[in-house]
Ligand binder design. Sequence first.
Ligand SMILES: Nc1ncnc2c1ncn2[C@@H]1O[C@H](COP(=O)(O)OP(=O)(O)O)[C@@H](O)[C@H]1O
Ligand SMILES: [Mg+2]
Length: 489
Amino acid sequence: MSPEDQTPDAVVAEQLGDRLKHVGNVLRASDLARRHGRVSDLIGLVVEATGLQAEVGEICMVNGDRGHPPVPAEVVGFRGARTLLMPLGEMHGIGPATTTRATGTPFRIRVGQDLLGRVIDGLGKPIDGMPRATNGHPRSTNASPPDPLDRPRIDQRVDLGVRALDALVPCGRGQRLGIFAGSGVGKSSLLGMIARSTTADVNVIALVGERGREVKEFVERDLGDALSRSVVVVATSDQPALVRIKAAFTATAIAEHFRDQGNDVMLMMDSVTRFAMAQREVGLAIGEPPATRGYTPSVFAQLPRLLERSGTARTGSITGLYTVLVDGDDMNEPIADAVRSILDGHVVLTRELAHASHYPAIDVLQSVSRLVGEIVSPEVRAAGQAVRQLMASYKEKEDLIAIGAYQGGTDPTVDAAIALRPQLDRFLKQRPDEKSSAAEADELLLDIAARIGEYAGVGPEPAPADPAEQPASAPGGSAAAIPPLPNLA
Ligand SMILES: Nc1ncnc2c1ncn2[C@@H]1O[C@H](COP(=O)(O)OP(=O)(O)O)[C@@H](O)[C@H]1O
Ligand SMILES: [Mg+2]
């Protein structure tokens, strides 16, 4: 019977029936038992409660005494019949026998379009002085990565807007790259450059365990006007370990929200090492045994759970850039090792280059993108290989060249490297405010490769004017420094 044929009473009855059915479903799905417990111990960061029935990962409210508001805490484990809770805030007003209440839900944040342009903390609260974003839906910060077979293969490039990366370590849409660097070598500046120039639709940036001062610096100096299409999630080093962990998951959940809307999202996390340290703190507090360098087994279990959530999906994609701290250039440190094995490529920033004012301090020869073959044209790939070869030859003879012991004409590749160095340096160096695109980077790379080709044509006879005698960084540029070639630059 179509609605027009029904009597008004029948319509009302049908609507009422639908309502009742809905209420019935809600009642059936809800957990109506009240679950209370009491605090029995507080050791370090962990609150132990008795009588509490709650699942691991569930949020419980620890009721504050003497006018303190309830403190949310997450179930992180069990010991005997006691539930181990870690507060997601300051532990004010918690005393013996304080009551606790299980909420029945995991930690959730509200995500929606109006998060764009906002700076929030690890728990989703605004810290930019503006009111809470309201038009979103609650979303758990824990989620499973997309099904492996549902993930389209990566075959498109995303512009990072940094020439050295776009040309020599190209990144695919939905690829995950690690950025390995010590402190102060230009990670934040590099992430800011990428956020400003990338062709991705939305940036989600997690700052985990940074010092408070660096946050403002990053938002104002490095990110600048790219903030309007970015969401910044911040948990500074003074925040409880669990909040620092949450910040990483919160940022990932926000990235997933924008991805589900069909966007290409750039998720940047600075740094995964600090995330791992926070997880270690939690693990040790609940009695996990320390394994490699004090990192507990749960750290190595959580890393893939976090990092696998970015990548391609049926709709949209999340390109992931994760920084890893490698102080003292120890690339075999356990976190660096674990992260490198999960991701699809790595970029290494070195202090040596930073000291020489070569910014961004990307060590091209140590950096690889595992998907070059799939995302760039064969010509660009070949040009990249030629440039890498050139740089490797130069590096091999670097010491000799520095002391003037290299004989020009001994090795045509080295001769070409010496002559082309100024042009290559100009190509690789980039000011933070200098925008570029992948197409521009490709063009410049092909140009350099063409000149290498011409040099190879010149050898093996030494060029008329010995290139070794040219100063390595001739002012005025390389074109003038290479007499036998037509001026191409
Ligand atoms: N592209 C660049 N051009 C010039 N200077 C840079 C560039 N990137 C970084 N720097 C310099 O390096 C310093 C440290 O960079 P920053 O990004 O804060 O390092 P990190 O985040 O690794 O601690 C900056 O203050 C700036 O002087
Ligand atoms: Mg920094």
